[in-house]
Design a protein around this ligand. Structure first.
Ligand code: AMP
Ligand code: MG
Length: 491
């Protein structure tokens, strides 16, 4: 008998933290994809999960032994507006397991039917967004960026009603937790300070055990979340990722990328880029993400105020001191990332301006973000290789002017060309989940029940820093007619 060794700490929290809710069965589940490596890392038997018992669990048709299904409560600022109650409206936490590294992981079904938090929604997910989240979250993991993971995708055999009828699907999501800034807000806005404290203690024990013994554990918690978010957003910018809907309910206090809705990767570099169809003001544009992360962290700090000091004024002072760290932490992580992308091992004061000049030239010349940096690796070793970089610029001389400065700077580096090249290839992916590729995968699956493009894209994206000559076409930006201008959250 195989089983999932559940140990459900969140379901042992006070009852007001969640609603006990079973998934709703579906008529004809079919396994589209099982992430076998991830299953093994969770200590689960992939063959069993892919078999009839596993499929029934992944489809919500059967409650696994030891599972304690719950929909968690949270609130959140959506596009700057506070919504006092959101919660898992189309997701159900099956439970937690301790993985091979000793880390507690949530196993959650997304699209498994209504919960008390569904409001007017159906609790279901369409196949397209499930495949999108699967592809992009696994790509992020392979890029080395903290993220929730995709354990499985199943189709339900049922249709969901969106603008049209679409095939329904369920994603099994794995996360180090699903606790969000909005989870803290849920209790804070109800004046439930004990709820906030209970949640904070849980988060410290679970995600930041190193601060448990500190004199000011809640201030330390705030600092720890700030540090992880600063590092995370710096990594996003380094690969051209746009989250698309950085509401406070979509920001994990564990510092993982969570909630892949209308997310997208830049093709041409432009910090003002917005893909999300619902982001009319450009609030969540690529270049706004650090500022928005900080805004969200201020909302987190507000929830912690009653725990930070006896008097409100003293507490606010502590919160402000801690929040002030975000800017410098982000800047230094971002700059460190840019240095790696440019092949710089040492630090010089002029590096920020050097990187900024390249980014400005790229914006003015619609240069592809990923390929420009990828090709810089070869150009660093040999100026004869400038061609592929120059070709990314509408006016290639814009690159030439910058490259002179860059080469002067490289000359001051102690590393050899080969070492630099290898380091740059590890910092500059060749393959990202480009929007037009994701759209093609979704179209094949939804229109033709063809999942081969999905599988192939996953294969390519599992090794983003390798050249993979057989898949070179996947590195290319879209042709004009392939370009995706808008992405949708798909709820
Ligand atoms: P999201 O835009 O995915 O961050 O979701 C925002 C809120 O809407 C969350 O509370 C979700 O649970 C809820 N929601 C999104 N889609 C659905 C759906 N199809 N049915 C019920 N609730 C949903
Ligand atoms: Mg969400």
């Amino acid at each position: 008998m195989t089983a999932i060794p559940f140990d459900n700490s969140y379901a042992r929290m006070p009852e007001r933290f969640f609603a006990r809710t079973d998934p709703s069965p579906v008529s004809a589940p079919r396994l589209i994809r099982l992430n076998r490596d991830l299953a093994r890392s969770l200590g689960l038997d992939p063959d069993w999960l892919a078999g009839p018992e596993g499929l029934a669990i992944l489809a919500g048709n059967r409650i696994a032994a030891g599972s304690a299904p719950i929909a968690t409560a949270y609130a959140g600022h959506q596009f700057g507006h506070l919504v006092p109650q959101l919660g898992d409206g189309r997701a159900i936490l099956l439970g937690e397991v301790i993985d091979r590294d000793g880390i507690r992981r949530d196993i959650q079904l997304k699209g498994s039917g209504p919960t008390p938090f569904s409001r007017r929604g159906d609790g279901r997910a369409a196949l397209g967004p499930v495949l999108r989240e699967y592809v992009v979250s696994e790509a992020m993991a392979a890029l080395g960026i903290p993220t929730t993971r995709a354990l499985a995708a199943v189709t339900t055999g049922e249709r969901v009603i969106r603008e049209t009828l679409l095939p329904g699907a369920i994603l099994t999501r794995v996360a180090s937790s699903h606790i969000r800034v909005g989870t803290f807000q849920f209790f804070a806005i109800r004046g439930d300070t004990e709820g906030v404290r209970h949640l904070a203690d849980h988060v410290i024990a679970r995600h930041y055990p190193e601060i448990a013994g500190e004199a000011q554990p809640y201030a330390a918690l705030l600092s720890a979340v700030i540090a992880r978010q600063a590092a995370l957003v710096a990594q996003w910018l380094g690969v051209g990722f746009i989250h698309g809907v950085m509401n406070t309910d979509n920001m994990s206090v564990a510092g993982e990328t969570i909630d892949y809705g209308p997310c997208a990767f830049l093709d041409a570099y432009d910090p003002g880029t917005v893909f999300s169809a619902i982001d009319e003001q450009g609030r969540y544009a690529y270049g706004n993400q650090p500022m928005i992360a900080q805004w969200n962290l201020v909302r987190l700090a507000e929830t912690l105020v009653p725990l930070l000091a006896d008097g409100t004024e003293a507490a606010i002072r502590i919160a402000e001191e801690r929040l002030a760290a975000f800017g410098p932490l982000f800047e230094s992580a971002y700059l460190a990332g840019l240095r790696r992308k440019l092949g710089l091992f040492t630090e010089r004061a002029e590096d920020r301006a050097l990187a900024g000049a390249l980014l400005t030239a790229m914006t003015e010349n619609q240069a592809d973000f990923t390929l420009t940096f990828r090709h810089l690796g070869a150009a660093a070793a040999d100026p004869v290789q400038d061609g592929p970089v120059r070709d990314r610029f509408i006016d290639p001389t814009a690159y030439d002017a910058w490259a002179m400065r860059w080469r002067e700077r490289l000359a001051a580096e102690p590393q050899g060309a080969e070492e630099r090249r290898r380091a740059m290839d590890r910092a500059n992916p060749a393959f990202i989940p480009r929007n037009h590729r994701i759209e093609a995968v979704i179209e094949a699956a939804v229109e033709r029940d063809d999942f081969a493009p999905f599988a192939e894209l996953l294969t390519v994206l599992s090794a983003p820093y390798e050249d993979q000559p057989a898949f070179a076409r996947y590195a290319e930006p879209p042709e004009a007619h392939e370009r995706v201008h808008r992405t949708f959250c798909g709820t």
